[in-house]
Design a protein around this ligand. Sequence first.
Ligand code: SF4
Length: 305
Amino acid sequence: MKATEINARASSDYATKLARTQELLEQAARDYAPVMPGGPSLVSLACSLGAEDMVLAHLINTLHLNIGIFVLDTGRLHTQTLELMHQLKATSRAPVEIFQPQTEAVVTFVQREGKDAMYKSIELRKACCQIRKMEPLERALADKRAWVTGLRREQSGARAEVPFIDDSNAHRLKFNPLAEWTWGDVWFYIQQNNVAYNQLHDQFYPSIGCEPCTRAISLGEDFRAGRWWWENESAKECGLHVKPHSSHEVAVSQSDTHGAFVSAQADFSAAEVKGSPEPGRSQNENAKECGLHVQQEPLKQGAQA
Ligand code: SF4
């Protein structure tokens, strides 16, 4: 059964939400227009190729907004995700940039810790995320003054207070135009507009990350139960979307070397690895984050070593 058939269910105020989303995207494009005509936009969509981001990419294209799109190709994405990435790049009116990790850093890390080091410890999992996601994210955002994400309040307890516009980072505004959308709204939009989506969604992957760190979920499981399922939930951050508002779970830290990121890092000391990565129901879903929105401190010496 298709994800659209299972999930597409518009809220009673869907039209209002859609209008607000369009207004926010238009505001982002207007406020962060290129400095020079024809130059690159100062705002980009961080596109994970998940359902929410495909909605936003579709809106950016159909509204003809001057907002760039970038994808982080970590080198560990599913085949289905890579296919969608190439499809988006080939069909998008808005420019799609693909950022990959530094080869030398990946090779060094894999030689030292192994290809699947993420299962060994939380520190190594975060080190992998740092190399494959966070460093490329820094490059993707280096010349941007704002970015757009598909964060929704419904996704987890840690995201329950996601604002439409997050100004907690003095250097870069974050627009979250889908903050109030439900999962049903997302799929209603996809169905109504025939938006291309990741085929893994048809296989019960609601939240899709890297292949080794994502699994399908069962009926009744939390939305993000398939992400880093072997870890204690308090440690499930890799860097991209942690917010200071979950202050008991994350510690706000300092900006990075470029002064660009407000950092909020999961409390490693409270973290615990549950052992082998066998599929099973995860715990304390409130703290679960994908990592793309955690603005993470530079890793401690030894975390990558
Ligand atoms: S999600 Fe998993 S494979 Fe992807 S960067 Fe993080 S630890 Fe590495």
